[in-house]
Design a protein around this ligand. Structure first.
Ligand SMILES: *Cc1c(COP(=O)(O)O)cnc(C)c1O
Length: 394
């Protein structure tokens, strides 16, 4: 029998231990898993029972469910969002000698996919209000080599697709939507990813619909492009050991599809929770009189933002971030450097000052926790801490 230990003096609670005990993660995937554990584990077990790991029935079912959700004719799972972009470019026969216009203020994969085909990424600056491609700057960047435009629906807010499609039609360019952060977002009633020629999605775990690893998907309404995409992800093969095209090995694992099908049933609720949290931040900031010190994300008219990220903006970004970190409040910076200033794209010859809005955004944006399970009390603690920061400075 273990003797009862003698009573110990309660540990002295220092300021840091208090804040640590109330701290929470930037994205709480554990909380999400608790909600769906039984269904996820049953789906995984079903795949193991079948031992049908490559393009099993869950993949086709998931593709059909996504196509129904988005209202598109064709959807093909693939290995990642980066591969979705690569497949889209390949299906459009874009490669060496071609130019593709995109934004410098995005995740590296957007421009990386262009460069890896041998084509040249051509950057166009962003609209500082939306962080998305500024459509008014696109025409000026078009040359005889331009083949496509890749708008990114950054942070979950659809880009100005009417203007982008119009400039694309006028110049006979394809439009590939990078909808990696925007599943479920709407633009004048249409779903992001179903507005251009090909839509690209990612199921990286931190996206709004995240898998248990890597995954991606391409969508289109064009039968010829669909046929090409279907072959390209499977070594260019329609019939076993017959290769019509030089393709990739880029499939969505059956296991991922099975997990994603479970999660897809919750997507609408999770998106509503993200939107509720965004609205709550806005009213809390307003109530705290902070709307003059920081800018809030906007929802352009006719769009539904899905808040993969909730981005505030302030010239005091770095000291504010340090203050929040000391208070146990997690934040992230998307993105600390625009792509035209990254060493990997140095060969393109861009200089600091070439895209002033993207550069300025990189210095002033801060992402706050926005995940669906975030509580009102946690949001209040974020806003209170930001309030403290500006009170001391004023
Ligand atoms: C996540 C992301 C990608 C790449 O997706 P992966 O699945 O990680 O390859 C591409 N573009 C944007 C804007 C993204 O956020």
């Amino acid at each position: 029998m273990n003797p009862v230990p003698p009573a110990q003096a309660a540990p002295v609670l220092t300021q840091t231990s208090v804040s640590k005990s109330t701290s929470f993660p930037f994205l709480d995937l554990h909380a999400q898993f608790e909600e769906i554990r039984t269904d996820v584990m049953a789906a995984v077990e079903r795949v193991f029972e079948s031992q049908h790991f490559i393009l099993g029935p869950d993949v086709q079912r998931f593709e059909k469910e996504i196509a129904d959700l988005l209202g598109c004719r064709y959807a093909f799972g693939c290995a990642s969002g980066s591969d979705a972009l690569a497949l889209a470019l390949k299906a459009l026969e874009i490669g060496l000698g071609d130019e593709v216009i995109t934004t410098p203020f995005t995740f590296v994969a957007t421009a990386g996919a262009i460069a890896r085909t041998g084509a040249k990424p051509v950057f166009v600056d962003i609209d500082p209000a939306t962080y998305n491609l500024n459509p008014g700057d696109i025409q000026r960047a078009i040359t005889s080599r331009t083949k496509a435009i890749i708008p990114v629906h950054l942070f979950g807010l659809p880009a100005a697709m009417d203007e982008i499609n119009e400039v694309a039609r006028f110049n006979r360019l394809a439009v590939i939507e990078d909808a990696a952060q925007a599943i479920g977002a709407r633009y004048h009633g249409e779903f992001a990813g179903n507005i251009g020629d090909i839509g690209c999605f990612s199921f990286f775990p931190s996206k709004n619909l995240g898998g248990a690893g890597d995954g991606g998907l391409v969508t289109t309404n064009d039968a010829d492009l669909a046929d090409c995409l279907r072959l390209l992800r499977l070594h260019g093969s329609r019939t076993k050991y017959q290769y019509e095209l030089l393709g990739f090995n880029s499939r969505l694992d059956t296991l991922q599809a099975a997990v994603l099908r479970v999660k897809l049933q919750h997507l609408e609720n999770w998106t509503m929770a993200r939107r509720r949290n965004a609205a709550r931040y806005c009213s809390l900031f307003e109530r705290a009189g902070l709307d003059a010190s920081i800018s809030m994300p906007i929802e352009s008219s006719g769009t539904d933002h899905v808040y993969n990220q909730f981005i505030i903006r302030t010239e005091q970004r770095d000291p504010l971030r340090n203050h929040l970190r000391d208070a146990g409040i997690p934040t992230e910076i998307y993105y600390p450097s625009p792509l035209h200033l990254q060493p990997a794209f140095q060969y393109l010859g861009y200089q600091p000052g070439d895209f002033p809005e993207a550069e300025s955004a990189s210095r002033s944006v801060l992402a706050l926790p926005i995940f669906p399970e975030l509580t009102e009390a946690q949001q209040e603690s974020v806003v209170a801490s930001i309030s403290d920061f500006f009170r001391v400075r004023d």
